[in-house]
Design a protein around this ligand. Structure first.
Ligand code: AMP
Ligand code: MG
Length: 872
């Protein structure tokens, strides 16, 4: 069947005018796909890169640089459509900085290099059939850009998208162009050859090509690399950058043990179960920047030897035929990565380059930073960072994900980011003109950000003696990364947030079936049965779970049970109540039926491939039912964080054990465990530790590898034995005073674990009530943030006080209360007597917390107060 698929696909390519080389390469990939190649590279077949040459240590003279540049062409991969950012045309036509598009900036960079070095540096775009026209229109603004004898672009091949189930070419009459895709950027080599550009370049004395993505503004044609390549006689150079903990995706280079050659391993090539090696940024400490330098004469030789097929590993890219319509048929796009060619060039090298050479704009988060004043374009149109701090981390709400939504919400440009370390936006406010972000900024739940607003969050590293509750909470929340995405069995998914859309694997119902006990018939057999009854011959019986082997013809009937498949031939069911109920022989029918009566058609409820559960949905019992019915045993969710709880205090004894003098039972551990589980996390209690630094550090060391969050209680105030504070203050945990009561002393930070692990740790005060309130106010929202559960905070109601109360000035008071609803539905709040932070009985009796604002010191009976209901 798939041989037929291949033949059909090839025929289409020929009809479209694809050259023989492109067809041969496609055939080669198709065969690999059929043979089940998925191109994985197991960890034990490779060795990490070692001893890298650094660009900063390369020394070349100006003359050598100029000579090398004279033999170099700049090629930009420009087939990208920006669909993931909601664009319909070429991604590089997006205005990215100072009103200039990517292509404007690329053109200006090339023109500046020409002027500086006095060379003719050609620029060539590799366009897809969908990006060419629009891109050339932009470049037409630069009349001096074309170089004699060379076009400004060449067109990448196109290949048919293949239906995932049959591997035949997909058809999509609504928009036939969507039946085609470019075969990945690995096609650059084939297209250089088939377009004749390779030959033309060599004839013109251009021996080297610098190839990079058009959305990477840092990828400028650096003459030093060209000169280094010439001096060393290298056939191929791949630029790599040092990986940081946020670079877990993308590909990396490694040495293949079998032949010592450099190879590229992309995300898609990681063997199952080996993700930890791929993610280990100490082991594979650089990533592939997709900036390549190729000796074109060597390329020509390799292509000739191999009949135009470099034989790059395939990448199987699964999408829907219309990428903007998730319910359109699933297709496979056969692709290859251009960086994979490194294995074809014997003697190729990796070059460690600064991060500034890798500055892609993949998301609107990236776009915000590039557009902002954190970067400027210098005289040579190179993107240069102005701020001296690290590049701000930006995380915008999904409302800003597509360029349209982004532009609408920044109608006057993006905020100033020079002084910003991070910006998270929750909700979808429109930003006014001239907004400044300073420090770690969290925008949460605002309808709009006013003109000239200064959004100031806590600056990283500044201790800040006393902070408000909101400042402390923002500092915590804005530092948290969402819980990793993991596929979990349905029985472990309850309450978690779905991370990726899920499609049905089946039709529901899976087959036409009966909704009644009765007889399957052809409706036409019962014409006139309302007036005088009709007898039908019984030809068989179908129970649920049975596949009927007979068919029902005119004048015939088959007994059928609810849920059983409708036998072939039948088109309706007559209910048993309207017959004489015979089991054999013939059945007397006393009513006519219309076609389709009591038939539940296949796919009526859910059609195969349609999205049944969306990213962001919270998994509940009914979601689980639907997933199971649709063929799923597991679901991808934000993982349930594991919370490790550890109390401190030499006086503590586990619950249930006898008390010695001065000892008390450790109640916080059990309480915090329950609070964490009630918040949707999983939790475990570790044995309480005594009040010495060594004991605490050893116990934390033991648990850090298994914890997603750590909570300690006790030892954070000013006492002589405040172990948590003394042991952790120089270990990345910040201890602050928060303007609240109870819960003033708070610690929060990150403990480092094995590898690159950073585990958030909450150091809560030891008094049970303080511990509880601190959990409610800080830890619970943080756990929900990790799990991506909204809303993060409990709703606030308003209740009428039954008695007056006093509250400290300048601190927000969280008191315990019983809140009830009176007969007319209004809430009343009765503060409990034991407001001291050691009163566990009144804490347990309370069903609510009342909140008195910082500025309020007195409230009398009958006044309104904010309340948070605890058990809702
Ligand atoms: P600390 O913050 O360690 O000074 O503790 C403050 C108060 O809370 C002291 O009275 C402790 O005995 C008490 N306490 C500390 N940890 C716990 C715990 N795990 N369970 C119950 N009470 C505790
Ligand atoms: Mg203590």
């Amino acid at each position: 069947m798939s041989q037929e698929g291949l033949a059909l696909a090839v025929e289409r390519m020929r009809d479209r005018g694809m050259g023989p080389e492109a067809v041969t390469v496609f055939e080669h990939y198709y065969q690999q796909l059929e043979e089940g190649a998925h191109g994985t590279i197991p960890e034990d077949t490779i060795e990490p890169l070692a001893d890298l040459q650094e660009l900063g240590e390369v020394r070349v003279s100006d003359d050598d640089a100029r000579a090398a540049l004279r033999q170099t062409a700049v090629i930009k991969l420009n087939g990208g459509l920006g669909t993931s950012m909601g664009m319909s045309g070429a991604k590089s036509a997006l205005e990215v900085k100072d009103g200039l598009t990517f292509l404007d900036i690329i053109a200006k960079q090339v023109l500046a290099l020409r002027e500086e070095w006095g060379v003719d540096l050609p620029l060539l775009l590799m366009n897809s059939f969908r990006t060419s026209e629009q891109s050339l229109e932009i470049l037409a603004k630069y009349p001096t850009l074309p170089v004699d004898g060379l076009p400004l672009d060449f067109i990448q091949s196109a290949e048919p998208k293949l239906l995932a189930d049959s591997l035949r070419p997909a058809t999509w009459p609504q928009d036939p162009e969507l039946e085609w895709c470019p075969p990945g950027h690995g096609d650059v080599y084939v297209s250089l050859l088939t377009s004749g550009i390779l030959e033309t370049l060599l004839e013109k004395g251009i021996r080297y090509a610098f190839i990079s993505n058009s959305d990477n503004l840092g990828a400028t044609c650096d003459p030093e690399v060209a000169a280094w390549m010439v001096e060393r006689g290298l056939p191929y150079v791949a630029e790599v950058c040092t990986r940081t903990k946020s670079d877990r995706k993308g590909g990396h280079l490694a040495v293949r043990k079998a032949d010592g050659r450099l190879i590229l391993r992309d995300t898609a090539m990681v063997a199952e179960g080996e993700e930890q090696y791929f993610g280990d940024i100490k082991r594979h400490n650089t990533f592939h920047a997709n900036n390549l330098w190729v000796d074109l004469s060597v390329l020509r030789d390799r292509m000739a030897e191999r009949d135009g097929v470099l034989g790059l590993p395939i990448i199987v890219n699964r999408k829907t035929v219309d990428p903007s319509d998730p319910s359109s048929p699933e297709v496979i796009q056969l692709e290859s990565a251009m960086g994979a060619a490194i294995e074809v060039f014997e003697g190729s090298e990796a070059l460690l380059v600064p991060r500034t050479r890798f500055r892609p704009v993949k998301t609107t988060n990236d776009l915000l930073v590039v557009r902002s004043d954190y970067f400027v374009l210098d005289d040579s149109s190179h993107l240069v960072a102005v701020g001296d701090g690290p590049e701000p981390f930006v995380d915008l709400d999904p409302a800003y994900r597509l360029v349209g939504g982004f532009e609408k919400r920044f109608p006057h440009g993006v905020p100033s980011m020079i002084e910003c370390t991070s910006l998270r936006v929750i909700g979808d406010p429109v930003f006014g003109r001239n907004v400044r972000c300073i420090g770690d900024v969290l925008v949460d739940g605002l309808a709009r950000v006013e003109e000239n607003a200064v959004l100031e969050g806590p600056r990283q590293g500044s201790a800040g003696d006393t902070r408000t509750v909101d400042q402390h909470l923002k500092a915590i929340l804005s530092s948290l990364d969402p819980s990793p995405i993991e596929s979990v069995p349905l029985t472990e998914s309850l309450g978690l947030v779905v991370a990726r859309d899920v499609r049905s694997r089946v039709n529901l119902p899976a087959f036409d079936n009966s909704s009644m006990d009765g007889y399957a018939v052809q409706a036409s057999s019962l014409e006139g049965a309302d007036e005088s009854s009709v007898r039908l011959r019984i030809v068989g019986e179908v129970a649920a779970g049975v596949d009927p082997t007979f068919s029902v013809g005119p004048g015939e009937a088959a007994r059928i049970m609810t849920g059983a498949p409708i036998p072939p031939g039948a088109d309706a069911v007559i209910a048993v109540e309207q017959t004489d109920g015979s089991a054999t022989g013939s059945v007397e029918c006393r009513a006519s039926v219309s076609t389709g009566r009591y038939v539940r058609p296949r796919g009526e409820d859910v059609s195969e491939g349609s999205v049944i559960v969306s990213a962001g949905d919270v998994v509940g019992p009914r979601t689980i039912g639907l997933l199971a019915a649709s063929g799923h045993a597991s679901v991808e969710v934000h993982r349930r964080p594991n919370v490790v709880i550890m109390s401190t205090g030499t006086e503590l004894v586990p619950p249930g054990e006898p008390l010695g003098p001065g000892q008390i039972h450790d109640s916080n551990s059990s309480m915090l465990w329950a609070a964490a589980v009630a918040a949707g996390a999983s939790a475990e209690i570790r044995a309480a530790v005594g009040d010495t630094d060594a004991e605490l550090l050893a116990a934390l060391d033991d648990c850090v590898a298994n914890a997603d969050v750590i909570i300690t209680s006790g030892g954070v105030s000013m006492g002589a034995y405040d172990v948590v504070k003394s042991a952790l203050a120089d270990k990345g945990v910040e201890f602050v005073k928060v303007a609240m009561q109870p819960g003033k002393p708070q610690g929060f930070g990150y403990l480092s674990g094995p590898g690159d692990l950073r585990v958030p740790i909450f150091a809560l005060p030891g008094n049970p009530v303080s511990s509880f309130v601190s959990f409610e106010v800080f830890v619970r929202p943080a756990l929900r943030r990790l799990m991506r559960l909204a809303p993060e905070r409990r709703p606030v109601d308003v209740a009428t006080l039954t008695s007056g109360l006093r509250s400290p000035e300048g601190r927000r008071q969280y008191g315990r209360a019983i809140v009830s609803r009176n007969s007319d539905g209004a809430l009343t709040c009765q503060p409990l007597a034991g407001q001291g932070s050691h009163f566990v009985a009144d804490l347990s009796r309370a069903n609510a917390i009342f909140v008195v604002p910082e500025a309020v010191t007195d409230l009398v009976a009958g006044e309104k107060v904010d309340v948070i209901l605890l058990d809702s």
